[in-house]
Design a protein around this ligand. Structure first.
Ligand SMILES: [Zn+2]
Length: 100
């Protein structure tokens, strides 16, 4: 399940685990104040987060490209709303990155 980040005007930022199909929170569970959803670190936009390397070095560049491609698959899975595939894909990517 992805973790979403919110910002409450009274309590500051907090994280909340939610299903992809779930409606985003409108009010803080703490103070009932208005909250704003932030772009999540764990879901992110393509090429964000761990596994994204930027370097001009040839070999590392190829590796980075490969890893980015894997991360891209994660993002595609989540865009499809297929959480099971996302988790599986994401775990696989993490394993590949660790092995790289
Ligand atoms: Zn609050």
């Amino acid at each position: 399940m992805p973790i979403y980040e919110y910002r409450c005007q009274n309590c500051g930022e907090f994280e909340r685990m939610q299903k992809i199909s779930e409606e985003p929170l409108k009010n803080c569970p703490n103070c009932k104040g208005e909250v704003q959803r932030l772009v999540s670190r764990s879901v992110g936009i393509a090429f964000k987060g761990p596994g994204f390397y930027k370097t001009d070095h040839g070999t590392a560049k190829d590796r980075a490209r490969k890893i980015n491609k894997e991360r891209q698959k994660d993002n595609e899975a989540i865009l499809d709303g297929d959480i099971k595939s996302y988790v599986k894909q994401s775990e696989e990517t993490t394993r590949k990155i660790q092995e790289a």
